[in-house]
Design a protein around this ligand. Structure first.
Ligand SMILES: [Zn+2]
Length: 383
């Protein structure tokens, strides 16, 4: 097992977290990473994803040529953007534990992944470890809908299997993650004076309430959840409301269950609206429903016996570690990459309490993940 350069990894990580890189503003971070990748012998280019998302840079894509031929290329991927509050990060050190100062996130999500990948490339070069081709992808806009991965120019990526480094628990290899649909329901009733002619109105709020009350929400089963998170409607307390809009989502790791849940939610609204009808001065009025259900991202479902999974588990064993394929509740670039035909699992880096101002990380966890990755590169090369 190779010895990782602890100080270099820690130094790069500390430098990266102090470069602001909110979503769509990753350029400074990308330029710093480009310099690091080039120092490790990689050729860098940017794709045009930035133009499509109104950002200030595209995805950073780097190629490292193999020293061996006939080895399938390996993808190593992490994202450069961070969530708010994420500007002006001042890391606080207690030995190898790195925290934010409590006013921002740390940005270990996902600069830990970026730093680990750079260190792996340094190791390969310095120690002349025989390896196949490696593609590095540092994406933009992961935190705002996986946009960098969605618009990634796959013509620039040779690898068809690899790893995303974007989860907190070291020792976990996430292979399953939910797909999601975003739902919008617009219920239209009929406006009327609430005090004088309530019988001439159809309350959109009441219909929506009936639909929601009949709906299965929250945890549906072990791999499926649903939520209605936004509601707006009505104009005044003395007017029977003629419109209400409700927005929500459903997630499942199983595509069929996701479809069933979405249909159930739509059906609840349809049934509530179908019952509502009034006749005003001989003319009949019916409530109406408009809805949309859009795929937010597809589920990720890499089989436990996929070659990339087996190779990572074996690499961990060689390092005296245990890495287990698991299911996660959130989403990451791997959802999109798998949807786009690659086979990509998500390996933990040590980032903890992410998306909070209490975010922290232990450098030794990053070292562990870098060690496993180096072994993976060797196994990929047949060693
Ligand atoms: Zn992340």
């Amino acid at each position: 097992m190779e010895t990782i350069n602890h100080d270099r990894l820690k130094r790069l990580f500390l430098e990266l977290v102090q470069i602001d890189s909110l979503s769509r503003r990753e350029r400074d971070c990308a330029l710093r990473l480009k310099r690091e990748l080039e120092a490790a012998g990689a050729r860098c280019q940017f794709d045009r994803a930035g133009e499509k998302v109104n950002g200030n840079t595209g995805n950073l894509i780097a190629h490292v040529d193999g020293t061996l031929s006939n080895v399938p290329p390996l993808l190593l991927c992490s994202h450069m953007d961070t969530v708010v509050p994420g500007e002006g990060v001042k890391p606080v050190l207690e030995g190898d534990i790195i925290r934010s100062d409590g006013t921002t996130v740390l940005g270990g999500d996902d600069k830990s992944g970026c730093a680990i990948i750079c260190e792996v490339l340094h190791q390969l070069r310095e120690k002349r470890i025989p390896h196949g081709p490696i593609d590095v992808v540092f994406t933009i806009c992961e935190e705002v809908g996986l946009l960098g991965a969605k618009f990634l120019n796959l013509d620039l990526v040779r690898a068809r299997e690899g790893l995303v480094y974007d989860s907190d628990a070291p020792g976990y290899l996430f292979v399953r993650a939910p797909g999601a649909q975003v739902l919008t329901f617009k219920v239209r009733g009929l406006e009327a004076h609430a005090g004088m002619y309530p019988e001439r109105g159809i309350s959109a709020i009441k219909l929506a309430a009936e639909a929601v009350a009949a709906m299965r929400l929250g945890r549906i089963d072990e791999e499926t959840t649903a939520n209605l998170g936004l509601i707006e409607g009505g104009r005044a307390i003395n007017v029977v409301p003629n419109e209400v809009v409700i927005r929500g989502e459903a997630r499942s790791r199983d595509a069929a269950k996701l479809k069933t849940q979405v249909e159930h939610m739509i059906d609840c609204f349809k049934q509530a609206v179908a019952r509502a009808e009034v006749t005003v001065e001989g003319k009949s009025y019916k409530a109406e429903l408009d809805y949309t259900a859009k795929d937010e991202y597809a589920a990720m479902n890499v089989p436990d016996d996929a070659p990339i999974v087996r190779k990572v588990v074996k690499a961990a064993e060689r390092c005296g570690r245990v890495v287990k394929p698991e299911a996660m509740g959130g989403e990451c670039d791997a959802n999109i990459l798998n949807q786009r035909g690659l086979v990509v699992a998500n390996l933990g880096t040590g980032m903890r309490e992410i998306h909070t101002v209490r975010e922290w990380l232990d450098v030794n966890d990053m070292i562990g993940t870098a060690e496993v990755t180096l072994e993976l590169v060797k196994i990929q090369a047949g060693a």
